[in-house]
Ligand binder design. Sequence first.
Ligand code: COA
Length: 158
Amino acid sequence: MKTVIQVKQISSDEAKAQAFAIRMRVFVREQRVPAAIELDRDDDRAIHFLATSDGKAVGTARVVSHHGSAKIGRMAVLKSYRGKGVGKKLLQRAVATAKKLGARTIYLHAQVPVIEFYEKLGFRCVGAVFNEAGIPHRKMILKKTRKRPQRTQRTQKM
Ligand SMILES: CC(C)(COP(=O)(O)OP(=O)(O)OC[C@H]1O[C@@H](n2cnc3c(N)ncnc32)[C@H](O)[C@@H]1OP(=O)(O)O)[C@@H](O)C(=O)NCCC(=O)NCCS
């Protein structure tokens, strides 16, 4: 049977607890990010997303908007569910939400080893490598897609 991956925006405490548990497993246990900095003040005002695979919570991401920009962050998929399109669905949903919010710039801080993942979805690196939570990162910005000018209907010559 085909696996059903779903991404939903969440707001209940129960769903957020599932999202935070995934972040703890991925960032704190797997990547050794200090637990004290994993959850932060932005979590209170962020829009959170939870990805499920056949109903099991397997991934999360958040969008934080400030001053007309939207920052996508805390993208995490449980190790055994990677490479199955979960991250892509999460990122697409986060980008769509950021656009709906009217963000002029959509950006993120990418861990260097996963830059290609973000590039595949239209993000481009800007600036130098920097250290965040002991991990090398680069800032990436979503390339703006130019809106095609609408064709004006030519009036036919009689
Ligand atoms: C980065 C992460 C979220 C990607 O999630 P995922 O579910 O494995 O990604 P997907 O399966 O949706 O991959 C989408 C595409 O990106 C590619 N991709 C995924 N991870 C990649 C990587 N590390 N390097 C290069 N390409 C990658 C996939 O091959 C796929 O390509 P395709 O569309 O051509 O088939 C996941 O690996 C993860 O949680 N890693 C640990 C935490 C982390 O580093 N988070 C990012 C913080 S900036």
